[in-house]
Structure formats: C-alpha cells, structure tokens
Design a protein. Sequence first.
Length: 183
Amino acid sequence: MTELARIPALDAAPIAFVGVTVAVVDLAGQVILRGDGAAIDPAAREVLGVPLPLVPCTRAGAAGVDVVWLRPDRWLVAAAAHPGGALSRAFAERLAPSAADAHDASDGLTVIDATGPEATALLAASCNLDLHPRAFGAERAVTTLVGGVDAVLYRRDGGFRLHVARPLTHHLWDWLGAAARDL
C-alpha cells in the first residue's frame, strides 16, 4: 500500500525565548493500541523492542520510540523511524488472533517538544501538574489539560513532549508562545 504524503498541522518556526524552545516534531508514526495488555505486550516487544508499560501514567522507550500508557486498555506508540501505516499493519498482523487492534493516528495528532532549562516553568504555567522531576520523572506520562487543550505529556530528551489533537494545534501553539514570552 502506498503511503500518502503527510501535510504538517503547523508550518511554523520554533518558538525560542531565553531558556526554552518549543518546536513541532514531524514523527513518522503514531499508533493507538487498544485491547488487553497481555496480548499486546509480546507484539510491542517484537515490533518495537520495547515492553508495553502496564503501570498507569507511565511510559517506556528506546531510541526513537515511546510507548505511553493512556488508560487500562489503550497505549500511544510514537516512533520516529516507522511510518504510521506500516507500523499499524505490523501490529495488526501480530494481534490478529486476539481482540486487540492498532490504528494509525499519525495524521490526527501533532507532536510538540518543549526543551531547555525553562521548559518545566513553561509547562507549569500551562497546566496544573507538579512537574518537578521528583514528582514527574522520566517514566511518567499523563493526559492532561495544557493551555486548555487535552494533551498527552511526558518528559523526553531533557524536556517535554506533547501529543495534541491536530485541530487544536494552533491554539496550543499560540498559548505556549504567549506563556514563553511571559517567563
């Protein structure tokens, strides 16, 4: 099957202020996995080389891959080098005998990274979570409101990564830009 060309949700230069940079990340693949974790975990290990995080509000990762617990029967896979369609098909092949499934969410979600020494302050001004590393470490992941928008949020590469519904990208981008200016 031919992969269609992806059009970015936001074609904007990174927002850069003293101590923080906010940028849209073009990930090749984002897949939602649904079903029993016991059925999905072996497929995740085979396809990604990463175990499925089974503890609520956690993530597992390896180079270029993040798997985020969303709820007891749902996970988000974010993979830099795997196109979403191919990734969802690879999971579908391995999950076929079970009731679990995978669907490509790459075009439905925008990925935004906030990095730099002020990234924690930026997001603390935008959501109601304690983002100090003691409370929100590298293994934590949540779905929360950021700037009034539902987003999946976790620490990654010295900053934070957010996955937000594509139609809400512009609102969150504007919010983060205004919050960064106020730091």
